[in-house]
Design a protein. Structure first.
Length: 381
């Protein structure tokens, strides 16, 4: 494999960070990597891959009504995949990698790519969320979509040993485990005390950080209620509001007021740049990853926290997130969906924080190792 077409139709959030890191690491292994993306996809000066920004950005439009938003999503998805097919043919690519597996509308577009496999094209994808339980439409359509999106793959890369539910036979598809490396966020531009002073956080307080898009499955309400039993703990919520189907930030702000803890809650409801994120992670003491049991995939925030050597308090379903936490002791694990466990987990961390094996974590979870496995696997096809 001399060249690789890397399909990354997103331009924000953890998927963008992942694509940047993985594409760059693969390029550093001697592969000519072209990232097919939207113009909004940002390339860092040191990155070695090439950009082909001919896709349409599928970022949701604020305040657009749901039917129009759905129609737009379908149109952009199909347009981008049609562009992918054309670039494979015109560019003479024999190896194509999806930065993130996705099944939406695949009964329409998967046949385009299956036809290319019969002409010798190898497809691979990173399955960021192995359990596909978010359903669009009836169950039969959901299962048909999952199968179609796997049907043309030769390799599915995952972050934990898992039996993928493909909803039908997929001939000769391998499932390969790859590590999820720490994100290459910048160093902080402010010392810890300066950022905490600007935020109004007392120096002797413990500062919790909830970072990233505000979603229901992060159980942010549990953390707010936990503050009533933790008088020396503050909460910083930093991230953008999510889709209209999710509780808005104002819901959590009102909950904080009703619980009498709003004076210890800080809200940064916006897109957070990597530079600002660096200051916030440096200023915090503990990162909140209190996902519900439905969350069974990797979390980019955990690996951002590791970049700054910060502990995390973690709940989720069984999967990569829990396994990384247990192996490297980089935080406190608690059962999911239990408010009292959030309180007890924070108290356990305050009283007896674990000693992380940071050296082993960084050695075994590097992007170089991720890319080495990917390149060796694809070169065998």
């Amino acid at each position: 494999m001399k060249k690789l077409l890397y399909y990354a139709p997103f331009s924000y959030g953890g998927l963008l960070n992942y694509a940047q890191e993985q594409a760059d690491a693969i390029a550093r292994h001697g592969v000519d990597v072209t990232v097919l993306c939207a113009p909004e996809f940002t390339k860092r000066p040191e990155d070695k891959y090439n950009l082909l920004p001919t896709l349409v950005d599928n970022r949701p439009i604020k305040r657009q009504i749901r039917p129009l938003r759905s129609i737009r999503h379908v149109r952009i998805t199909l347009r981008n995949l049609h562009r992918l097919r054309r670039e494979i043919v015109e560019g003479g690519y024999t190896h194509v990698m999806f930065a993130s597996y996705g099944e939406y509308f695949s009964p329409i577009w998967a046949r385009w790519l299956r036809a290319l496999t019969r002409k010798g094209v190898t497809f691979a994808a990173v399955v960021q969320e192995p359990v596909r339980d978010f359903r669009v439409g009836p169950i039969w359509w959901h299962r048909l979509s999952i199968w179609n999106a796997y049907s043309f793959l030769s390799v599915a890369f995952v972050h934990d040993s898992v039996q993928l539910e493909t909803c039908g036979p997929v001939a000769n598809m391998k499932t390969i485990v790859i590590p999820y490396g720490p994100h290459r966020f910048p160093d902080a531009t402010q010392v810890r005390e300066e950022t905490r002073g600007l935020l109004g956080v007392p120096e002797n307080a413990q500062l919790l950080l909830s970072f990233g898009h505000i979603r229901d499955n992060k159980n942010l309400d549990y953390a707010i209620r936990a503050l009533t039993e933790l008088p020396n703990v503050w909460l910083l919520v930093a991230g953008a509001r999510n889709a209209s189907s999710q509780k808005p930030p104002e819901h959590y702000m009102e909950l904080a007021r009703s619980q009498g803890v709003s004076d210890r809650c800080i809200w940064r409801i916006d897109y957070i740049s990597e530079e600002e994120a660096a200051n916030l992670f440096t200023a915090c003491d503990l990162v909140l990853l209190t996902y519900s049991s439905s969350f069974r995939s990797a979390s980019g925030v955990l690996h951002v926290a590791a970049r700054y050597r910060k502990h995390s308090i973690v709940s989720s379903g069984q999967g990569s997130l829990q396994n990384v936490l247990q192996v490297y002791q980089i935080g406190i694990g608690i059962p999911p969906d239990k408010p009292d466990e959030v309180v007890s987990g924070i108290k356990r961390w305050i009283e007896n924080a674990p000693t992380p094996d940071w050296e082993r974590y960084f050695e075994e979870n590097s992007w170089d190792r991720n890319a080495e496995i990917v390149v060796n696997c694809l070169r065998s096809h």
